[in-house]
Design a protein. Structure first.
Length: 315
């Protein structure tokens, strides 16, 4: 396979995902969808269609393949490393009032939508099922670390672990993972009509979520972005994915495992980071700019990353 064919195969994975993001951006500019639609659709995805997609992908999965403990442990360790490295860099390079927002923007990826969509496009059922289990690790660690770093730098805030634990325990994505495990482990069948209906409902998830991401992008706000936003975006989309993927390869991951890790590492900043900053009265403009810049950067950096890994023969 020559380089042109290899690059074309890479685009087959990434273009469908990011095309939907740009469709959302276009629909919003045409005023065919508005903020009310985006708010309602995002809530539907988070509370219903994405949990359904995760549940169905897990009950169809071969748990002996999807439940990769070494993958989950490494991802958890890498996430901790990314968090600490971002914090250490911010301590010396970022003004105190913006450090918490910088750190959250630099390490917290949109694995639940963009990462999962890329994993499904690249690895099919394995990407969905193994990625869904990784989401359980992601949700717990991202929320915990974000609360810690934002509370540390925001005056009048404290780390409310009881509220955090409640938030994690009631997260629909985590509930869907645990709800699916007994069905998978015990091979409990569901009626075919339930599976078919669930597939119809779950199929709304990725296109609807990606359109909502595109609709929330603000090109004008990016033009006013600060050096802090650009720095956090480069950390999120370039530095941390390269270091984490290289570390994964060095400890022995390759093929589908390494590819899945890279896609999660290289996901743009999660929209949930904006919600958390807004809730504590932080610099919401900075948080929004980081999300917008990383989302647009991802269409380039993820494509180049997959191409490079395939060229090296690592995935």
């Amino acid at each position: 396979m020559n380089l042109l064919e290899l690059f074309a195969r890479t685009l087959d994975v990434t273009l469908p995902v990011f095309a939907m993001v740009f469709v959302g951006l276009g629909l919003k500019r045409l005023k065919w969808i508005d903020s009310a639609f985006v708010s309602t659709a995002s809530a539907l995805v988070f509370r219903a269609t994405l949990p359904t997609l995760i549940f169905l992908s897990l009950i169809k999965a071969d748990l002996s393949v999807a439940l990769d403990v070494s993958l989950m442990v490494f991802f958890a360790a890498a996430t901790l490393g990314q968090f600490l490295l971002s914090w250490a860099w911010a301590h010396y390079r970022v003004a105190r009032q913006d450090r918490g927002i910088y750190v959250q923007g630099a390490f917290r990826g949109n694995c639940g939508v963009v990462g999962l969509a890329l994993a499904a496009g690249m690895y099919g059922n394995y990407g969905l099922s193994a990625g869904s289990l990784l989401l359980g690790v992601v949700i717990v660690m991202y929320n915990a670390f974000s609360v810690v770093v934002l509370a540390f730098y925001q005056p009048g805030q404290s780390t409310d672990w009881r509220s955090l634990l409640k938030h994690v325990a009631t997260n629909p994505l985590i509930i869907s993972v645990f709800a699916a495990l007994p069905f998978t482990a015990l091979s409990i069948p569901l009626p075919s009509w339930v599976i078919t209906s669930g597939d119809y409902f779950a199929s709304l998830t990725l296109p609807l979520a990606l359109i909502c991401i595109g609709a929330t992008l603000s090109v004008s706000s990016m033009r006013d972005s600060s050096q802090v936003a650009l720095g956090a975006s480069l950390m999120k989309m370039v530095t941390l994915p390269i270091l984490s993927t290289l570390a994964a390869w060095m400890v022995g991951f390759s093929g589908e495992q390494l590819g899945l890790l890279f896609l999660f590492f290289a996901s743009p900043t999660a929209a949930a980071s904006f919600v958390m900053v807004k809730a504590i009265g932080g610099n919401v403009s900075l948080a929004a700019n980081i999300i917008a810049i990383t989302t647009l950067m991802a269409s380039i950096t993820v494509t180049l990353g997959i191409f490079a890994l395939r060229l090296l023969g690592w995935i």
